[in-house]
Design a protein around this ligand. Structure first.
Ligand SMILES: NC(=O)c1ccc[n+]([C@@H]2O[C@H](COP(=O)([O-])OP(=O)(O)OC[C@H]3O[C@@H](n4cnc5c(N)ncnc54)[C@H](OP(=O)(O)O)[C@@H]3O)[C@@H](O)[C@H]2O)c1
Length: 400
C-alpha cells in the first residue's frame, strides 16, 4: 500500500475503491505486498479545509499514515524532532538538504526502511524545490536563521525562501497541509530583523495559501539548543554571564519536543488548525536572569553576572555586522553577542493573551525542569556524574 500511496502522490488522494480497480492501474508488484491486508486499508487524505489528514493505520512506525511530507530545514535543531515524530507514526518524509550527504544521515534511522528520503536541493533553484515536493501531500517549512551570512540575509532565509516554498506548494496543487514555522514575537514593527522578516514570511505564506498553519515557537530548549547550551559554554569559558539591560526581559522558553508534537497534532486534526496562527510558549515565563539561574543551578557553578547596558552590548556585537559583507572571507557565527538577538531582548517575548496555544492542539507543554534541561549536566565541573542528576531530584508526580 505504501508503494501505491507513493505512486498516487498528489494526483489522486481519494481512497482506492477496491484492490481490483488498482490492479488495472498498477502492476502486480505494487499492490501485492500486503496492500489488500485490512490493517493497511485506505489512507485517504482530505482536500484543503475538509476532513482528517490521517484516517487509518495502526499509528506505529510500520503503518501508513498517508502523510508524505516534504520538511524543509530538517538538518537543524527542530528538524530532527519533527522528522522523528512524523516517522514514528508511519509517514514518509522527504528531506531536502543543501550541504553534504552526511547532514541528514542521522534522520534516516528515525523511520522504517525507505521512509526517510534525503534529497539534495538548491534553495535558489525552483526546479530542485519542485522536485522535493513532487510526491508530497504535506509541506513543512522549518528554514530559518538567527544570524546573517555573506550569502544569505535575514530577508533571503526567513522571508523570501518561505514565500518561494509556499508559491511552489500552491502551484503544485496537491499539497493538503502547509505548516510554516515562524517565531514568537514575529512582528513587522519589531527591532529584531529575525522577527520582522518572520512576520513578512507569515504574511507571504498566508497570501499564497490562506489555509496554511503558522506556528510561532518561543525560544526552544533541548539537547542541541542554541540558548542554554550557548549560555553554559559562555560561562564555562569566561566565568560570568552578561545580563543584557538588567536581565529583566521576560521570555517563555519551550521544550523542542512539544513544538514537534504541535506540528504533528496539527496534521492529525480534522482541519481545524488550517489558516490559524499558534503561539507556542512553555508553561512558565522566566526573566533572562531567572533562566540564567536555572542554568547555573543545573551546571552547578557559582553565578557571576555582569550587567551589560543595551548600547554597550550592541557596540560589542556591531563589528561583525559591519565587516560581514566587506571582508572577502566568511566570519564566525556570532555567539552570545548577536546584534539581532540583543535587539530582540529589548522587549518581552511572551505568548499573547488571546492567542491559540498548545492547549488548542491538545498538548500540555513540559515544564523546563528535570529531563528537558538535563543535557546541561555535561557542563558540570566534575563531569555529568558529579552528584545526583536533575531528574533524580524531581518527583515524577510533578510532571504535567
Ligand atoms: N531555535 C529556536 O530557539 C527557535 C525559536 C523560535 C523559532 N525558531 C524557528 O524554528 C525554525 C527551526 O529552528 P531551528 O532551531 O531548528 O533552526 P536551525 O537549527 O538553525 O536549522 C535551520 C534549518 O534551516 C536551514 N537553512 C538555514 N539557512 C538556509 C539557507 N540559506 N538555505 C537553505 N536552508 C537553510 C538549515 O540548513 P543547513 O543545515 O543546511 O544550514 C537548517 O536545516 C526556524 O525557522 C527558526 O527561525 C527557532
Amino acid at each position: 500500500m505504501q508503494a501505491i500511496t507513493r505512486r498516487l502522490g498528489h494526483q489522486s488522494l481519494q481512497p482506492a475503491t477496491s484492490i481490483s480497480s488498482l490492479k488495472s492501474v498498477y502492476p502486480l508488484s505494487d499492490y501485492y505486498n500486503g496492500a489488500d491486508h485490512r490493517r493497511f486499508g485506505t489512507t485517504s487524505i482530505a482536500t484543503p479545509g475538509t476532513g482528517h489528514l490521517v484516517r487509518k493505520g495502526t499509528g506505529g512506525r510500520s503503518s501508513v499514515s498517508g502523510i508524505i511530507a516534504t520538511v524543509f530545514g530538517t538538518t537543524g535543531f527542530l528538524g530532527r524532532y519533527v522528522v522523528q515524530q512524523l516517522a514514528k507514526m508511519g509517514s514518509q518524509v522527504l528531506v531536502p538538504f543543501r550541504g553534504c550527504e552526511d547532514d541528514p544521515r542521522h534522520l534516516k534511522l528515525m523511520g522504517d526502511l525507505g521512509q526517510i528520503v534525503p534529497m539534495k536541493f538548491n534553495p535558489r533553484d525552483d526546479n530542485t524545490i519542485k522536485a522535493t515536493m513532487a510526491k508530497a501531500n504535506v509541506v513543512i517549512n522549518l528554514i530559518g536563521r538567527e544570524y546573517e551570512t555573506r550569502n544569505y540575509s535575514f530577508e533571503d532565509v526567513n522571508h523570501f525562501m518561505a514565500e518561494r516554498i509556499a508559491g511552489i506548494a500552491k502551484e503544485h496543487g496537491g499539497i493538503m497541509r502547509f505548516i510554516q514555522i515562524s517565531c514568537l514575537g514575529a512582528s513587522s514593527s519589531s527591532p529584531s530583523r529575525v522577527f520582522s522578516t518572520k512576520a513578512a514570511a507569515e504574511e507571504a505564506v498566508l497570501r499564497e495559501l490562506p489555509w496554511a498553519t503558522i506556528m510561532r515557537p518561543a525560544a526552544m530548549i533541548g539537547t542541541e539548543d542554541r540558548l542554554l547550551n550557548k549560555w553554559a559554554q559562555f560561562v564555562k569559558k569566561f566565568n560570568f554571564f552578561p545580563l543584557f539591560g538588567d536581565g529583566s526581559t521576560r521570555i517563555q522558553p519551550v521544550y523542542v519536543v512539544d513544538v514537534a508534537a504541535a506540528v504533528t497534532a496539527a496534521l492529525k486534526d480534522d482541519g481545524t488548525s488550517m489558516g490559524k496562527i499558534y503561539e507556542l510558549g512553555g508553561p512558565d515565563i522566566f526573566t533572562v536572569h531567572e533562566l540564567a539561574e536555572l542554568m547555573y543551578d543545573t551546571i552547578r557553578e557559582y553565578p557571576h553576572y555582569v550587567k551589560v547596558p543595551f548600547p554597550v552590548a550592541k557596540a560589542v556585537a556591531m563589528p561583525r555586522e559591519i565587516l560581514l559583507k566587506k571582508v572577502p572571507f566568511p566570519l564566525p557565527r556570532p555567539g552570545l553577542f548577536n546584534l539581532d538577538e540583543i535587539n530582540a531582548y529589548t522587549s518581552d517575548t511572551i505568548v499573547s493573551d488571546n492567542a491559540l496555544t498548545f492547549q488548542d492542539l491538545g498538548i500540555v507543554p513540559h515544564k523546563l525542569k528535570g529531563y528537558p534541561t538535563e543535557y546541561l549536566i555535561w557542563y558540570r565541573k566534575g563531569g555529568p556524574k558529579f552528584g545526583s542528576t536533575v531528574s533524580e531530584r524531581i518527583n515524577p508526580e510533578a510532571w504535567p
